[in-house]
Ligand binder design. Structure first.
Ligand SMILES: [Zn+2]
Length: 235
């Protein structure tokens, strides 16, 4: 059994059993012998947790081979903070002892204290989406601009009530809602193209549609599919 000791500023000892090792979070001042003793006192529990991992893995292999359609989007689960969309993919939300929200193997992990309540989960997921949205969307906007030799004067990723703010041509301003990062990639590109189209046209008339068409040809169905995701803006 591989044991990793992580020193913390907390006064409590925490043992986290992972698939291939055991991580012990121990106060920085605790003697290593005392840490060892704590591990051996909890050995039965650790062994049990490790067996659970093996059982879970076997169950997962069984269910994957039986049921491929297991991960189906449930809007009520999204509103409960038990599922989250990222890049159009469905992720289950599960608790972790780590403080930071992170994503691994199609699961978004939220700190267990936050995970215990619906509000806690939604709040943690929101700040996670804000964080990844700010990074990822800024990069995508810059890449789109480079592709068409268009340089925005300003990029802003924030919380809006719509997917984007439609700006005036001379502002050359791209302002998106952070939740655009949750959309499938082609819809993200569509929203970005919409923002860039306003560099040339104000409003949404026929001339605007033809600018959009230059960026993304035959975009009618994309436009309709985007409406299916509008619920994400009210989570
Ligand atoms: Zn617009």
């Amino acid at each position: 059994m591989r044991v990793v000791v992580e020193r913390t500023n907390k006064r409590l000892v925490q043992i986290k059993v992972q698939k291939d090792c055991v991580v012990v979070f121990a106060p920085w001042y605790m003697h290593i012998e005392k840490v060892r003793q704590t591990v051996s006192e909890n050995l039965a529990w650790i062994k049990q947790k490790q067996q659970e991992f093996v059982a879970q893995r076997d169950a997962k292999i069984d269910s994957e081979s039986e049921d491929k359609s297991q991960n189906v989007l449930s809007i009520s689960k999204v509103f409960q903070g038990m599922q989250v969309l990222v890049g159009g993919e469905i992720f289950d939300v599960k608790p972790t002892l780590e403080n930071k929200t992170f994503c691994k193997d199609n699961v978004v992990f939220v700190n267990k204290d936050a995970f215990d309540s619906k509000d806690g989960r939604l709040k943690a997921l929101k700040s996670y989406l804000k964080r990844i949205g700010a990074n990822y969307l800024s990069t995508e906007i810059s890449a789109f601009g480079s592709k068409y030799s268009l340089c925005p004067k300003k990029i802003e990723i924030k919380q809006l009530v719509t997917w984007l703010r439609c700006c005036e041509p001379n502002n050359r301003f791209v302002c998106l809602d952070f939740r655009v990062v949750q959309l499938p990639m082609d819809l993200q590109q569509y929203v970005i193209a919409h923002a860039f189209s306003h560099f040339f046209r104000l409003g949404h008339g026929a001339d605007f549609a033809s600018v959009m068409e230059n960026f993304i040809p035959h975009n009618k169905d994309i436009q309709q599919r985007l409406a299916d995701y509008d619920f994400l803006l009210s989570v």
